[in-house]
Design a binder for this molecule. Structure first.
Ligand SMILES: Cc1cc2nc3c(=O)[nH]c(=O)nc-3n(C[C@H](O)[C@H](O)[C@H](O)COP(=O)(O)O)c2cc1C
Length: 178
């Protein structure tokens, strides 16, 4: 089964989350899947209802704080109806600088989207990271709810993490459709 166009929506203050978004799109292109990128500050929230699959990227700022453009959408995210749609999340953070709040905003985004009834894929192992706590670890510290990327401390691992994650998403999506 072919995978249709994916919308990737990111928010960013210093462009890291956007750059990771481009890399995810490039990786998907190698699998023959088209990914359209949007900066969250430029979209209407209803755009999220137009795609069968959404990838959303968010960095964490100021001790567990939410990137401002995502925060502006706030509760309107929870009011969306996304039943039957697939969502994968990724978060940017700094595990040594902010180890008590590592990629917290990804956890916030998950909490906001939970009422939409979407299906989440792309959980990611916490192995290989060194942090104290994260709101993005939902029931166990063994997994993040999505991909965690650390451009500040582990930039050398970013490309391989993205490659592996996109392959995982592709496979999970095929299974879902089967
Ligand atoms: C002042 C400041 C506060 C930060 N707070 C956090 C934090 O609470 N948790 C975290 O995981 N990362 C934190 N970070 C790291 C950023 O999330 C990281 O640099 C990220 O790559 C920025 O993404 P962006 O360029 O897309 O905005 C902080 C960075 C700075 C400079």
């Amino acid at each position: 089964m072919s995978q249709t166009t994916i919308a990737l929506i990111y928010g960013t203050d210093t462009n890291n989350t956007e750059e990771v978004g481009h890399k995810i799109a490039e990786q998907y292109a190698e699998l023959g899947v088209n990914v359209e990128l949007f900066n969250v500050k430029d979209i209407e929230v209803s755009l999220l209802e137009e795609y069968p699959m959404l990838i959303m990227g968010i960095p964490t700022w100021d001790f567990g704080g939410i990137q401002a453009d995502w925060e502006d959408l706030g509760d309107s995210l929870s009011e969306l109806s996304l039943q039957g749609k697939t969502i994968a999340l990724y978060g940017l953070g700094d595990q040594f600088g902010y180890g008590d709040y590592f990629v917290d905003a990804m956890g916030w985004l998950y909490e906001k989207l939970l009422p939409t009834q979407a299906t989440f894929i792309g959980q990611w192992s916490t192995e290989g990271y060194d942090f104290e706590a994260s709101r993005a670890c939902i029931n166990t510290k063994e997994y993040f709810i999505g991909l965690a990327i650390d451009e500040d401390q582990q930039f050398e691992l970013t490309d391989q993490r993205i490659e592996q994650w996109v392959i995982q998403l592709y496979a999970e999506r095929e299974l879902e459709a089967a």
